[in-house]
Design a protein. Sequence first.
Length: 167
Amino acid sequence: MAAFTEHRIHQIFEVSILLKGAHAVLECLAGVALALISTETIVGWITWLTQDEFNEDPNDIVATLLLNMAQNFSVSTKNFYIFYLVSHGIVKLFLVAGLLRSKAWAYPASLVALGLFIAYQLYRYTYTHSIGLVLLTVFDFFVIYLIWHEYQLIRHHLPTDPPAKTS
């Protein structure tokens, strides 16, 4: 029964890591797309998307929030998001590749990186109160647990003595 449970946990670990990898690819693509699109174009798209909502309800909360965000979307804010998305995505892709290849360094590095990402997400939550950040943080805690569990298994299977030299 324990072997089945460990096998199932490992499968969940792999799926979670693949989801992290897919999210990392999306972050990189979003960062690149953001770099290629002007801030004026972004404001124009959001204005176009919200215009019908404002015609129906001039006090629409979501449309007002989106339009305010777009109007305050400066070049420096855009550059921050480009840097954040691309760097965050690249770091996660690097760690995901290491974890999927069972590289010993990838487990503690992933734990540290995810811990830092969680700290930043919690910091951002104090400003945004975004439910998306809460969900991402809960998922990250779950992935940390799975990485820690896998790391414990890997560590028990690593050789403790260096191989003897033969002459």
